[in-house]
Ligand binder design. Sequence first.
Ligand code: CMX
Length: 433
Amino acid sequence: MSGLKEKLYEKIEGWRPRTTKLLKEHGNVKVGEVTIEQLIGGMRGIKCLTTDISYLDPMEGIRFRGFTIPETLAALPKVPGSEMPYVEGFYYLLLTGDIPTEEQAQDVHDEFNKRKTVPSYVFDVLKAMPKDAHPMAMLSAAVVSMQGESVFVKKYNEGMNKMDYWDPTYEDALNLLSRLPEIAAFIYRYKYKDSIIAPDPHLDMGGNFAHMMGIDKPYDDVARMYFLLHSDHESGNVSAHTGHLVGSALSDMYYSISAMLNGLAGPLHGLANQEVLRWMQGVMEQMGGKIPTEDEMKKFVWDTLNSGQVIPGFGHAVLRKTDPRYQAQRDFCLKHLPEDPIFKYVDVLYKVTPPILEEQGKAKNPWPNVDAQSGVIQWHYGLTEYDYYTVLFGVGRALGVTANLIWDRALGYPLERPKSLTTAMLEDIVSKS
Ligand code: CMX
């Protein structure tokens, strides 16, 4: 058994009695109430999911296993010669809750390395798709094409004890995660560059991804930062929730991750990072490349709002302040690309948009989210094909969703099945209240 798996097993054994106790001894304790507004309004704020991988505070932002983003970046072992940590070490943290040593992070890297050969039929599937298919459709298809590889399905069909479900789920998670960077890089190179770069087994996940994309340093650090920042945002967001929901039917990792990617591909969720760049390009064209003044930018923002569209990259269903994932990327931009013209655009947008959204009075959170800043960095390092950006989000998000699915199975979370009511029933409840 690998060091990671051993440590995970130890943690699972320690955790199970807590869940069992809560359920058996305190199952009837109320944690909240549900209003009609929440029921019709996309279930905002209803406390009905459990996860220990991350927690999102509306004012503070995300904590991964109790660590804020700056704390996470500071505590994890760094790839030698880089500013950013091993993604593999970060996965150790997500799975176990412990900060790994350099050696433990390397162990996870070796574990990924052993598993990362992508079956050749995956590339055939991708090549059979229309070349103008959206890269997210390609990624989702590539993932589900590997469903036949599922160790969980094999063990389940052999008749596995429920207590052991987490084990083959872990195997599927590591197999899939270790292959995703090559699949994602293949989609990019095949679709936009017409030449493929073979993986380098000596490099860590972020370094290898940058190598296969054909983009020089410090893009390896960009990849590491990007995968880490996008990994998890507790359980209620569309991608994480979809992965959990599909997995709750005991659909395997490949079905679950393909489904979560389909949710991420919506413009109100992960696709917003592509939308930000598309919107910004429109502004640039109209400005003839000149950086707009604050007054000029205000006009673009109002024009978009008045035409009934949202400002991509702003607002959030939970957050009520600037997203720390935005801030972390902004800090990177200030250090590495302060003179980049698109960064300057984003900066002007950051100054003018929140007051306008406040004045308009609709958005509950006028502040930027993760997607407002991420495309700028990609563009700067030559990745200008912005319909690809959500793929990067997807590779990162797979870290969080797979970690959650392993723990879902370890703690025996059941099939998800909330109850629905009819409109007439709601009217009846109102008439009696
Ligand atoms: N621009 C304009 N209007 C906005 C807005 C924005 N950025 N954010 C919210 N609003 C509007 C909503 O459309 C809604 O309008 P209606 O009452 O007409 O329907 C109103 O403000 C209230 O919405 P809310 O409660 O503040 O926000 P929601 O929880 O419903 O939605 C989100 C959250 C992210 C979908 C929304 O803020 C949005 O559409 N933002 C732009 C898209 C985006 O950046 N998405 C990425 C989010 C991060 C991620 O998941 O990747």
